[in-house]
Write a protein that binds this ligand. Structure first.
Ligand code: GMT
Length: 380
């Protein structure tokens, strides 16, 4: 099949999932995949004859206070669909991608070309941004107009049905990791680069430092862990609460033990020597980064919000707690980290748990959704 994938090209989970999906569809199933977005997706590698990238250009014009990205995107979609005979549009993150895809489909219909739209909902497009009255009518409309809709967790499907007046034909297709590729890739795991003291536990947090990630909770949990054992905290990512987090550490003299690494592209290198991962988010439809930690045998201490309990199995791959329960999160971390046998058990169980989300299962689930969307268009 020839599939056009629309996504955000950034470090955010939805862009990562979309890019990894496109690469896997082309690598393992021979589909021709065209990424359409405003810059080269950060995870896009392995370029080959079956993997294409088309940049959406939005030239600045003095009259516009806001540049009309949706318009440029839908025009680009029309152009690429016609030029490459694309069979299907798969848009990741409803805003504004599902709406732009609908406009492209309408334009193509006028030209006698029928093309299905598959929309994958990722989280904040529903639970935070999408539910705002400013966007809700357009999001509701574009979900209902998609030929197939998927959500990345049961929890997100439930939220979508509660928050929007949409049909309930939403397929849950979880996010994924690629076990074979992971095992086949040798990572230089040089813990000494970060910490030469073997007794120090390395604890990691990766996010976009938005308020819902509760990065101050991460620091407070770490402080409590440090009262009981030597440790180092790696804070990976960039975002609005980063300055606040650095200030918090500066005021408490923590900067010797907390490293802010920015938007690193070396996530695998970092996770390979991490002892524990912290994700105390306020809201999380899935928590892809927790799954990536488990793939590297890193147990996860997380909140139990949204889709996180579907990903992080309490008392198996890690522990889950109420949002904001810093005390329990720290105690759970201390319990796991202070007992080598228990820590190793959790490490193995985290990897075991990650296997449930192997790409092999997920790719075929998406292919079925594509077939369903194609049939619907053919029958209409
Ligand atoms: O978590 C973020 O802030 C980024 C956001 C995104 O759209 O890139 O992530 C959402 O999609 C990811 C991939 O499906 C999920 O793993 C994240 O849980 C979800 N974030 C939220 O629901 C807050």
């Amino acid at each position: 099949m020839k599939i056009a994938i629309v996504c955000y090209p950034t470090f955010g989970g939805s862009g990562v999932v979309a890019t990894e999906l496109g690469m896997a569809l082309s690598r393992t199933k021979g589909h021709e995949v065209h990424f359409i977005t405003y810059s080269h997706p950060v995870r896009l590698e392995e370029l080959n004859a079956n993997l294409h990238f088309h940049e959406v250009d939005v030239p600045e014009y003095f009259l516009f206070r806001y540049q009309p990205y949706e318009l440029a995107l839908s025009s680009k979609l029309v152009e690429v669909v016609k030029q490459y005979n694309i069979d299907l549009l798969h848009v990741h993150y409803a805003i504004p991608h599902a709406y732009a895809a609908y406009m492209a489909r309408r334009m193509l219909e006028e030209m006698g070309i029928a093309i299905p739209i598959v929309t994958t909902l990722h989280g904040t497009d529903i639970t935070l941004v999408g539910k705002s009255p400013l966007y809700k009518p357009a999001v509701t409309f574009s979900i209902n107009q998609s030929n197939a809709v998927t959500a990345v967790s049961d929890s997100l499907k439930k939220d979508t049905l509660e928050l929007f007046d949409v049909h309930d034909d939403i397929e849950v297709v979880p996010n994924f990791i690629d076990i074979q590729r992971h095992l086949g890739r040798k990572v230089e795991c040089n813990r000494d680069l970060i910490e030469s003291d073997e007794n120090k536990k390395i604890i990691t947090h990766i996010s976009n430092f938005r308020p819902l990630k509760r990065v101050i909770d991460v620091l407070k949990i770490f402080q409590k862990i440090k009262e009981r054992m030597p440790g180092k905290l790696l804070m990976v990512g960039h975002g609005p609460d980063r300055k606040k987090a650095i200030q918090y550490c500066r005021n408490r003299n923590l900067l010797n033990d907390v490293m802010f690494l920015g938007e690193s592209t070396e996530i695998r290198k970092i996770l390979c020597f991490s002892d524990l991962f912290l994700l105390p988010s306020e809201s999380e439809s899935f928590g892809l980064v927790a799954l990536e930690a488990m793939l590297h045998k890193v147990p996860v201490i997380s909140s139990n919000t949204g889709g996180l309990p579907e990903v992080n199995r309490n008392n198996f791959s890690g522990r889950t707690y109420e949002v904001g329960d810093i005390e329990s999160m720290a105690n759970g971390a201390i319990e796991i980290l202070s007992d080598n046998v228990l820590h190793n058990l959790y490490r193995e169980q985290a990897f075991e748990n990650a296997k449930r989300f192997d790409v092999s299962r997920i790719i075929s689930a998406y292919e079925k959704v594509y077939q369903k969307a194609l049939m619907r268009v053919q029958q209409s």
